[in-house]
Design a protein around this ligand. Structure first.
Ligand code: NDP
Length: 633
């Protein structure tokens, strides 16, 4: 493959901006609801079977542990693995990774549904590529190769030696006298740890819609993150032979559904896809890797490529778009539209991943960073809105080109700004709706009204099905400990739920006053990248630096000061990428707190100047050498 080959550029259709503005508003308004996150059921109690691990091959039998380690890492996904790898590199070997699954992999352990793959380029998504020398087979990898890669990392850094699998943390408690954490698990373990790393994943807890009668259904059912291959047959490559005589319903049309629907459609006797909001489906254009390309790269190529991608996604300029795909094209179009009109010499202010429109703050920020006087007189939000309309018109035109039935094609068109929701890239999803056995049931923004013993009811019609697959996503925006699955009790007994009840409060997204020796991994108040593993890697490098320095200085307790934390929170709010204004204009989804943006959700945003700026900030902090804002004792 040619890694920098130009991405296909479909023809740009003409459009009427006023019509689109009105249409976007109408489509959003249809979907606004008062119950926000409450529209979903917490998966527990009678629904806990949705969380069972279908991938366990052999249940581990062991006695409860009464252990003591220097570092306990919660979560064995890329975050936990990277933390382990970077600690190992720093000479810290006394750590344990506690993971609820039977193996490493996190997201990729759970999400093995047919078609599961990553639509971020593999050469930037896979971390530690230079360290492992691994060559991904394709530009976009799949779940199978990603799990294999997890094993390669684990072998390279001997992480299995430190693993405690099939074990779920139930609570953690700070012991003030001993100045260490006590971590309890569902296997009655009691593990003492000087430090705890919370790497439990931002999208780890499946959610279900609270549809009337959801309990009454007598057929088979599961969530996409616990795919039941025993029932469907086949594998993540598809060929779901068990479905050939089955009528199947898939609820939801987000990024997961987009990837699994083509396989279910190809195998099931009949498939009903229940849609509330269509995703934007852009070109994917996967290609095999030229095996000589990675070995021919100079040292440092991996970071350079990750940086190049994130720079573009942050509205910055690069000499060459190295990744050159649907993601970078979207951002080149957005920011390029402004540059064309007023060529700029500087780095642009970024809100990158999430939409940068119609906001006073945006244009103020943007202008602040532009040196070209002409910029100050431009209507930047409008120029960018036009670019977004253009991009989305291409996406909508694609539905018309591919989907034969006009009504179905119309229903599959997304009417919102591209980064209101997670954009999708797929070359078989839209085609699936041309199959005679596949039916799109478009609920026109309403969602489903009822589930019965036999199937799903929408607008008075009962769709009888043998199986319902919930592609309804994961909890975002609910209480941290509810999503993590355990409570954290810090200094003087304060819980993390109490601490964050009025909004997230951290230093660098990672440290929290009153919770000494804890490290939180995740995108909130930190550097959020579309290449999520990149942020996790930077967080791991930061963690390893801190623990190594603490050791060298003989410090046993590290804690963010109250003042530093307050300062960081204020900075996050000040630089929040998404203004309430913009969020309000978006169609509801987990990006905008289900259509209910509020100061608390804004406070949970990532650092607003973009990931590269955040990583630079962390690097400068490390280079300072004094760990400003932290107390070491
Ligand atoms: P999402 O939250 O994106 O999608 C959930 C879907 O369920 C939405 O279409 C939603 O509709 C629908 N839904 C919810 N309630 C109802 C209801 N009552 N009736 C009908 N439909 C309903 O979850 P996903 O699992 O698809 O994706 C989660 C995230 O995982 C992605 O955003 C992405 O970040 C990541 N991912 C990444 C991939 C990659 O390639 N790297 C691949 C897959 C996932 P509505 O939109 O109206 O709310």
């Amino acid at each position: 493959m040619q890694p920098n080959k130009e991405h296909n550029q479909p023809k740009v259709p003409e459009f009427d901006p006023e019509y689109l503005r009105k249409k976007y508003r109408e489509e959003r308004d249809k979907r606004l609801r008062t119950d926000g996150n409450e529209q979903y059921i917490e998966v527990k109690g009678e629904f806990s079977y949705f969380l069972e691990d279908p991938y366990v091959e052999e249940e581990i039998q062991r006695d409860p542990l009464k252990d003591e380690v220097e570092v306990l890492i919660i979560g064995g996904g890329f975050g936990g693995m990277l933390a382990g790898a970077r600690l190992r590199e720093a000479g810290i070997d006394d750590f344990k990774i506690v993971e609820k699954g039977s193996d490493f992999g996190g997201t990729w352990y759970w999400n093995r549904y047919p078609g599961a793959s990553c639509d971020i380029e593999s050469y930037i998504y896979f971390p530690l590529l230079e360290e492992t020398g691994f060559i991904p087979k394709q530009k976009y990898t799949n779940a199978k190769e990603t799990l294999e890669y997890c094993h390669i990392i684990s072998e390279k850094f001997n992480l299995h030696e430190n693993a405690c699998l099939q074990t779920e943390v139930t609570s953690t408690k700070w012991d003030q006298d001993k100045q260490q954490w006590i971590v309890y698990t569902n296997r009655n373990d009691e593990i003492k740890a000087r430090y705890v790393v919370h790497s439990n994943g931002p999208l780890n807890r499946p959610k279900l819609p609270a549809i009337k009668g959801i309990n009454d259904y007598k057929g088979h059912t599961f969530h996409t993150s616990r795919w039941d291959y025993e029932y469907t047959g086949g594998s993540s490559d598809g060929n779901l032979t068990g479905l050939k005589d089955k009528r199947v319903a898939v609820i939801g049309t987000g990024a997961t559904s987009v990837q699994c629907v083509p396989h279910v459609g190809a195998s099931a006797k009949e498939l009903f896809v229940f849609q509330r909001t269509p995703s934007s489906i852009d070109v994917r254009n996967n290609q095999p890797t030229d095996p000589d390309w990675i070995p021919s790269q100079k040292k440092g190529w991996h970071n350079e490529r990750r940086n190049n991608f994130e720079t573009l996604l942050s509205g910055g300029m690069v000499k060459e778009d190295l990744v050159s795909d649907g993601w970078t094209e979207a951002f080149r179009m957005l920011f390029g539209s402004v540059r064309e009109k007023a060529p700029s010499k500087t780095q642009m202010f970024s809100w990158a991943l999430t939409a940068p429109f119609s906001s006073k703050l945006y244009s103020q920020g943007f202008k602040k960073y532009m040196t070209n006087k002409a910029m100050e007189h431009m209507d930047i939000p409008n120029a960018m809105q036009m670019a977004d309309f253009q991009k989305m018109e291409k996406v909508r035109a694609r539905a018309d080109e591919i989907v034969e039935d006009n009504r179905t094609a119309e229903s599959l068109k997304p009417y919102y700004n591209q980064f209101c929701k997670r954009p999708c890239f797929h070359d078989e999803y839209l085609q699936t709706f041309n199959l005679p056995n596949v039916h799109l049931i478009d609920t026109d923004g309403k969602g489903l009204s009822e589930i019965t013993e036999k199937g799903i009811v929408f607008e008075g019609i009962e769709y009888e099905v043998d199986c319902i697959i919930f592609a309804t996503g994961f909890e975002v925006g609910t209480d941290y400990s509810r999503r993590a699955g355990y409570q954290i009790q810090g200094r003087d007994g304060i819980s993390i739920s109490e601490k964050w009840q009025n909004g997230l409060s951290t230093l660098h997204g990672m440290h929290c006053n009153q919770f000494p020796n804890s490290f939180f991994f995740g995108p909130a108040q930190s550097g959020f990248t579309a290449t999520y593993t990149y942020s996790l890697d930077e967080q791991s490098i930061h963690l390893a630096y801190i623990l190594k320095s603490a050791k060298e200085q003989g410090a046993k307790v590290i804690e963010a000061t109250k003042e530093a934390e307050e300062e960081w929170v204020n900075l996050i709010i000040e630089k929040a990428r998404i203004t309430a204004d913009f969020q309000k204009n978006c169609t509801p989804g987990y990006y905008n707190n289900e259509g209910q943006p509020n100061p608390k959700s804004v406070q949970s945003q990532a650092y607003g100047k973009g990931p590269n700026a955040f990583f630079k900030k962390l690097k400068a902090w490390r280079e300072d050498g004094n760990m400003p804002g932290m107390n070491l004792s």
